[in-house]
Design a protein around this ligand. Structure first.
Ligand SMILES: [Zn+2]
Length: 217
């Protein structure tokens, strides 16, 4: 199979990366998933990712990235750190420095191994909560760097980059997986699937987008 038809999706089992998974399945003949285990606060995230991969019959690579937690403890990996949004120009406590740099670099190494040209990630500048490594300029810069580092021609795709949460729901709907994404994915910081706890920042954002989209559906 041609390299141009093969893709790797950076996959967490959340709403965004699951929508990206179906976006990729719609375009490429061969899709494999990569999930990073960095001692997420809720190990359910890994279980949910595994389950979705299995249901879709896709090869799923789970890579141990616990060194990230060792280097940079944060609210996503340590129970004792609260999930908070930063004040003004401060970064939120969920920010893990270098996370997307590392994840996309490892995804590219994997892509090289399985002879895939395309790498898909659900990063988004619209709702980017101040994460510098979710910006379009960073992804473009890294794409050039990865190609130079491995003498390759990877293409990093970011289908959600300029979408708000309502538009991400719309994309899932257009791909025919609205209900699937709504029921099966895990976005909640408290580890509850689907509509989640309804109170954490991730749930509030997800719910707001869903309501906005439902209002136009
Ligand atoms: Zn929640």
């Amino acid at each position: 199979m041609k390299k141009n038809n093969r893709a790797v999706v950076v996959f967490s089992g959340g709403q965004d990366s699951t929508t990206c998974l179906f976006w990729a399945l719609d375009r490429f003949d061969h899709v494999e998933l990569v999930t990073f285990d960095y001692n997420q606060r809720h190990h359910q995230e890994i279980d949910v990712a595994k389950e979705i991969a299995k249901q879709q019959g896709l090869k799923h690579h789970i890579l141990d990235m616990s060194l990230l937690n060792q280097l940079a403890p944060n609210a996503l990996t340590r129970q004792e750190i609260d999930v908070e949004h930063g004040e003004d120009d401060e970064l939120p406590s969920t920010f893990v420095p270098g996370r997307n740099l590392l994840f996309l670099s490892f995804a590219a190494i994997l892509a090289k191994q399985i002879d895939a040209k395309h790498i898909i990630t659900g990063v988004c500048e619209t709702d980017f909560s101040g994460y510098p490594d979710c910006r379009d300029i960073f992804i473009k810069s890294l794409n050039v760097t990865l190609n130079l580092s491995m003498d390759d021609d990877f293409v990093i795709h970011t289908p959600l980059m300029w979408l708000d949460k309502a538009q991400t729901w719309e994309l899932a709907d257009n791909l025919g997986v609205f209900e699937y994404v709504k029921e099966k994915t895990l976005t909640c910081y408290n580890g509850l699937r689907g509509s989640g706890c309804g109170e954490c920042p991730a749930c509030v954002l997800r719910q707001k987008g869903l309501e906005k989209y439902m209002g136009t559906r």
